[in-house]
Design a protein around this ligand. Structure first.
Ligand SMILES: *[C@@H]1O[C@H](CO)[C@@H](O)[C@H](O)[C@H]1NC(C)=O
Ligand SMILES: *[C@@H]1O[C@H](CO)[C@@H](O)[C@H](O)[C@H]1NC(C)=O
Ligand SMILES: *[C@@H]1O[C@H](CO)[C@@H](O)[C@H](O)[C@H]1NC(C)=O
Ligand SMILES: *[C@@H]1O[C@H](CO)[C@@H](O)[C@H](O)[C@H]1NC(C)=O
Ligand SMILES: *[C@@H]1O[C@H](CO)[C@@H](O)[C@H](O)[C@H]1NC(C)=O
Ligand SMILES: *[C@@H]1O[C@H](CO)[C@@H](O)[C@H](O)[C@H]1NC(C)=O
Length: 777
């Protein structure tokens, strides 16, 4: 009897585990959103009855349920087998059932977390927002605006989140401060007015949270969420001493009095997985967006993306954001860090503002001076002070025997001979191994400094690192020059000069190499990204639970650090949107986006076209409408508005009807080309295309706008009418833009390639510009 019983148990376990293998988190989508006045528990009951219809019993149905959504989508997430999912999808009221994409969403910092800084360097930071005092005071520094961040949580003790002197929490706020491990409700204040966390999806895939790697609470154990939150709304601290060594007015967020609502849906665990510190599950993000909508945020900043865009009906960020937009929440998303390859862009939905990354006009230099007097450009964020020239060696000349011949110059751990390195500066090359560990190896062997040379594969991009000893980074060609010098003399020497911040560098901005590029792989009729903002070497607050490099061997703790990525540029635009929202509370999210886009600037601080990192001319496929100018955006003159219904019609043109049965697509949906977007993209032009647009007057009550254009090469661009007369604010005027293919000679054989231009309206005071991208059939 006992034996049989045990065997039976064993069999059950076996069966359970084989079924387990196939189980997955699915999103069940009914279409529409906002289940009217229904309370969440009623909705949950309904969802439960759906689960009961495919599960064996009550208990199983309960256990499989993850989240019920009310605002972000009308639907729920649950653990299902493919068979159960198929059965649910056959129900008439179900729009779609799809497996939640595991591990495919990630935080959008640079590929290698290369940009690392220390407290000392931060002294030299300054306001990089380009937000005039006038704009800030008009917007009351954003104090009535609530910005939600879906990210890795927050380090609430950071001075950036002090609520000193802030007014009461806006009355409209309905959120909560969810307590958890190392996070009690006293950590929320008048700055961080809400905090929540979501991990049912994560635990479904990875099992119970590993408590040594992350806290079951809104606390940020990664750093990313703290960085983005302080970039949006970090406090400006008037006194250096108050900031533990920071200079006045530094590391300030763009909307310093805006309120923060923290939604932790990305986790620093499991570190053993490739997705370490980068794991955001769709089911969790949807729950976060759901709560953010209900809590009453005004702006959502989501620095999360995918390497490849998913179809709109299968992309949790896109669907959730669409319903946020329905509630007039502006959603800013990062374009991604998969550039410079074409069509590498994520978050392409036209109801988002998709943000690319460019440089600041600031640089960190630490040049090398050789014994022969030659000065070589070096870049570093390592604080140090070498007082004199030191002997200089090339790593390959001082390596221990047995190192593989292709790795003698790499300064890999244990590869250097201490007797030959002691007291010297070592030239090491990139290629294999961590950059920081190369510095540690030089230090271990008794060296006094590191010159880190790029490999040819690194191109012209400098790596900015905070090493453990005096160190600077040089380009490949310069590393070769240094090596030549070492070979040319018996007593090579060098000094790495003290690192300093250089302001007003030119040209700036240039586009980061990593920023993801258009054309829009999902819909070539929508030009993406929309805009660009600073995303290279951005200083902001950091989690004290995570080292600045996030490498296991790096034990340093910093309060502020420098990071790069479209993750860093997205919160800049979210901050600008928060200020605009404060000034124009009645504007739609489309109007705010339009204002930011049509006032953006396509030139750098030398008055020349914005370039890529390699100096080539950048295009709207990397910067969208250009570099953001929040001060101009407060008074754009005209806006291209669009409503939630316009986006539903747009989705109809893609064959999706999310809102079944509330909203029915017309038999002949309008072309995506005619969505009232502040930019124009026309793929495969052959003959003539007529584009319709409508502008709303938000400038002077009586005004006259004139049309002009810089047509893309090989096409002509005309507007009808070409003059717009307005006699009151809020008045709308429609016009058409006729884009006509020129002769073969004017096209100069440019087949399939994209060419770029712009058109604009101006009344003499305002410039309302829209970029254009056209490719030929
Ligand atoms: C909350 O946590 C903080 C810091 O960990 C602690 O100082 C404080 O006493 C706690 N407050 C309550 C009400 O538990
Ligand atoms: C939890 O994380 C720690 C630290 O990364 C690791 O050593 C340990 O193996 C993990 N535990 C489990 C059960 O994965
Ligand atoms: C700033 O610090 C100085 C001295 O360190 C002090 O005299 C001054 O009152 C402080 N200002 C503020 C606004 O705290
Ligand atoms: C050097 O060769 C080893 C073994 O063939 C290989 O694993 C490694 O990636 C190479 N390193 C470089 C820098 O080419
Ligand atoms: C840009 O990145 C690509 C791919 O990582 C690399 O091949 C190229 O050299 C880089 N370009 C510059 C200018 O750094
Ligand atoms: C362009 O249009 C012309 C006339 O309608 C047609 O003959 C030609 O095949 C089209 N070319 C392409 C590449 O579609």
């Amino acid at each position: 009897m006992t034996k049989i019983f045990i065997f039976f148990l064993f069999l059950l376990t076996l069966l359970a585990s084989s079924a387990q293998k196939q189980k997955q988190v699915y999103i069940v989508h009914f279409g529409g959103s906002d289940n009217g006045e229904k309370a969440l528990h009623e909705i949950q009951e309904t969802h439960h009855s759906y689960l009961l219809s495919v599960k064996d019993n009550e208990e199983e149905a309960r256990a499989s349920h993850l989240y019920s959504y009310k605002h972000s989508i009308n639907g729920f997430s649950a653990v299902l087998t493919p068979d159960e999912a198929a059965r649910l999808s056959e129900l008439e009221e179900v729009v779609s059932v799809y497996p939640s994409h595991p591990e495919k969403y990630s935080l959008q910092t640079t590929r290698s977390w290369e940009f690392v800084g220390l407290d000392e360097v931060a002294k030299q930071n300054r306001n990089h927002f380009n937000m005039g005092q006038d704009l800030l005071s008009k917007a009351r520094y954003g104090q009535d605006v609530i910005v939600g961040l879906v990210d890795s949580g927050v380090w609430p003790e950071s001075k950036s989140f002090s609520d000193e002197g802030m007014g009461p929490v806006p009355k409209s706020w309905k959120g909560i401060c969810q307590t958890g491990v190392a996070f009690n409700s006293s950590l929320c204040n008048k700055k961080i007015i809400g905090a929540r966390y979501y991990l049912k999806g994560l635990e479904q895939v990875y099992g119970p949270l590993n408590a040594t790697e992350d806290d079951r609470s809104p606390r940020d154990m990664d750093g990313h969420g703290t960085h983005t939150a302080s970039t949006v709304a970090g406090r400006r601290v008037p006194n250096a001493s108050a900031f533990g060594g920071f200079a006045e007015g530094t590391a300030s967020g763009g909307a310093p009095l805006a309120r923060l609502a923290i939604y932790k849906a990305c986790w620093a665990t499991p570190k053993a997985s490739k997705a370490a510190g980068n794991t955001c599950f769709e089911a969790d993000m949807l729950a976060a967006i759901d709560d953010a909508i209900r809590d009453g945020v005004h702006v959502l900043s989501i620095s999360i993306g995918t390497n490849q865009p998913f179809a709109f009906n299968r992309d949790g960020i896109a669907i959730g954001a669409l319903n946020a937009v329905k509630h007039n929440i502006l959603v800013a998303c990062s374009a991604g860090n998969s550039g410079p390859a074409p069509s590498s862009l994520s978050n392409p939905a036209p109801w988002l503002i998709t943000v690319g990354a460019g440089s600041l006009d600031r640089d960190f230099v630490g040049p090398v001076v050789l014994g022969n007097g030659m000065e070589i450009i070096g870049k570093t964020v390592t604080p140090y002070n070498l007082k004199k020239m030191h002997p200089l060696v090339y790593a390959a000349d001082v390596v221990v025997p047995g190192v593989h011949q292709n790795e003698t110059n790499q300064c890999l751990p244990g590869s250097l001979t201490p007797e030959k390195v002691k007291g010297k500066i070592v030239l090491c090359m990139r290629g294999s191994g961590f950059k920081l560990s190369k510095g540690m190896e030089v230090k271990r062997a008794g060296g006094v400094g590191l010159i880190l040379g790029n490999s040819p594969a690194n191109g012209n991009e400098y790596s900015y690192d905070a090493h453990y000893l005096p160190a600077t980074a040089v380009l490949y060609d310069d590393a070769i020059k240094i090596h030549e010098y070492i070979k040319s003399t018996n007593n090579p020497t060098a000094i790495i000069k003290q690192a300093r911040t250089v302001l007003h560098t030119q040209p700036a901005p240039f586009m980061a190499n990593f920023t993801s590029r258009g054309p829009n792989a999902l819909d070539p009729y929508i030009l993406k990204p929309d805009i660009t903002a600073p995303g290279l070497n951005i200083l902001a607050a950091w989690s004290e639970a995570s080292s600045p490099s996030k490498l296991a061997f790096d034990k340093r703790i910093v309060k502020y650090t420098i990071f790069s990525g479209t993750s860093m540029s997205c919160p800049h635009v979210a901050a600008a949107a928060a200020l605009l929202k404060a000034i124009h509370p009645d504007w739609s999210s489309a109007a705010i986006r339009s204002a930011l886009m049509t006032t953006a600037w396509m030139k750098n601080n030398k008055g020349l076209p914005i370039t890529n990192a390699d100096g080539s001319i950048a295009t709207p496929f990397s910067f969208g409408s250009g570099h953001f100018r929040p001060t101009k955006a407060a008074d754009p003159g005209l806006v291209y508005d669009a409503s939630y219904e316009d986006y539903l019609l747009y989705l109809c043109s893609h064959g999706f009807s999310f809102t079944n049965p509330v909203f029915r697509c017309p038999n002949k949906p309008p072309s995506a080309l005619n969505l009232n977007y502040p930019s124009i993209a026309i793929p495969n032009l052959n003959g003539t295309v007529i584009v319709k647009r409508t502008v709303t007057n938000v400038g002077g009550s009586k005004s006259v706008y004139f049309f002009s254009a810089k047509p893309p090469m090989g096409v002509s661009v005309k507007a009808n009418p070409s003059i717009l007369f307005f006699d009151h604010i809020g008045q709308k005027k429609s016009f058409t833009i006729t884009v006509r293919l020129g002769s073969e000679t004017t096209r100069q054989g440019l087949t399939k390639q994209y060419v770029f231009g712009w058109y604009r309206w101006t009344d003499g005071l305002h410039l309302v510009r829209s970029p254009m991208a056209v490719s030929f059939a």
